[in-house]
Design a protein around this ligand. Structure first.
Ligand SMILES: Nc1ncnc2c1ncn2[C@@H]1O[C@H](COP(=O)(O)OP(=O)(O)OP(=O)(O)O)[C@@H](O)[C@H]1O
Ligand SMILES: [Mg+2]
Length: 252
């Protein structure tokens, strides 16, 4: 791919913890606006890869490049400021703050106004409007004043997605956004993800194959820390290595 067709590039990325090689030499380019589902057995290294892309872990080898700039050595917040935002596998919200306060804190954080009181005061209306727009988009407007800890599980995941996109990131990483949801909840979550990631690049770890095949432009398959396939859903369906390594009985 030409450089301007690539938003995120992994180049020979590796990660070891002690003597265990968890991620082995992963190379892939992601195009702007593309939706990639990252799948693989438990312990394959999916969250570890996300942790490296978002700056929580330093790779042991290789490079990760966002819009032409290496992310190595950047702190997570610096990567976030460059337009890459992630959610966590474990819900990452403040239980004792209301829905509105949670979203507002993400909007504020994304604007970096912690550092400038005057700028901050000028922008209060913008912050409120952005928070209200997000609550509307994820269907939580009527739950605005409810403490996040009292929301249903599915509502908490919606809130988390709203918080992840609060800063208008160009690249969004979601780690198992539909985990623990019922079929109908996860269908709703997919629609929400589709809507809120419109025009953005999406990388999503997901175990639910109907979500994966319904949403992804390409599917990346990780097994034993290696990328064993990166192809369209149609091709993945017929990929023998993938069937053996992972899909097995999960997928009819
Ligand atoms: N901080 C760490 N220190 C040591 N080992 C780790 C660390 N983080 C992850 N691992 C190991 O790396 C391997 C991959 O873990 P990871 O969480 O990335 O898998 P995963 O693909 O996200 O799995 P799951 O589908 O269960 O979420 C596991 O064997 C795990 O024990
Ligand atoms: Mg994981």
């Amino acid at each position: 791919m030409a450089t301007n067709d690539v938003v995120l590039s992994l180049r020979g990325v590796a990660k070891s913890f002690g003597n265990s090689r968890i991620i082995r030499d992963i190379t892939m380019d992601v195009a702007p606006g593309e939706r990639i589902a990252l799948i693989g057995p438990n312990g394959a290294g999916k969250s570890t890869l996300f942790n490296m892309i978002s700056g929580r872990f330093q790779p042991s080898g290789g490079d990760i490049v966002l819009n032409g700039n290496s992310l190595l050595k950047l702190e997570p917040y610096e990567i976030y400021r460059q337009g890459l935002s992630r959610s966590f596998q474990i819900t990452n919200i403040f239980a004792k703050l209301s829905v509105y306060e949670n979203i507002r804190s993400s909007v504020l954080w994304s604007l970096g106004h912690r550092y400038s009181l005057f700028k901050f005061l000028n922008k209060l209306t913008d912050v409120r409007e952005r928070a209200e727009q997000l609550m509307e988009q994820v269907g939580l407007a009527r739950r605005k004043d409810v403490l996040a800890g009292l929301l249903t599980y599915a509502e908490q995941r919606s809130l988390e997605i709203a918080m992840t996109v609060a800063g208008n990131p160009s690249v969004v990483l979601l780690d198992e956004p539909t985990a623990g949801m019922s079929r109908s909840e996860s269908e709703q979550a997919v629609e929400l993800i589709r809507k809120l990631t419109e025009g953005r690049t999406l990388l999503m770890v997901e175990h639910d194959m109907s979500v994966v095949f319904g949403l992804a432009d390409r599917i990346a398959v990780l097994a034993g820390g290696a990328l064993i396939a990166l192809e369209s859903p149609e091709k993945i369906r017929h990929n023998h290595a993938v069937k053996e390594a992972y899909l097995g009985d999960h997928h009819a």
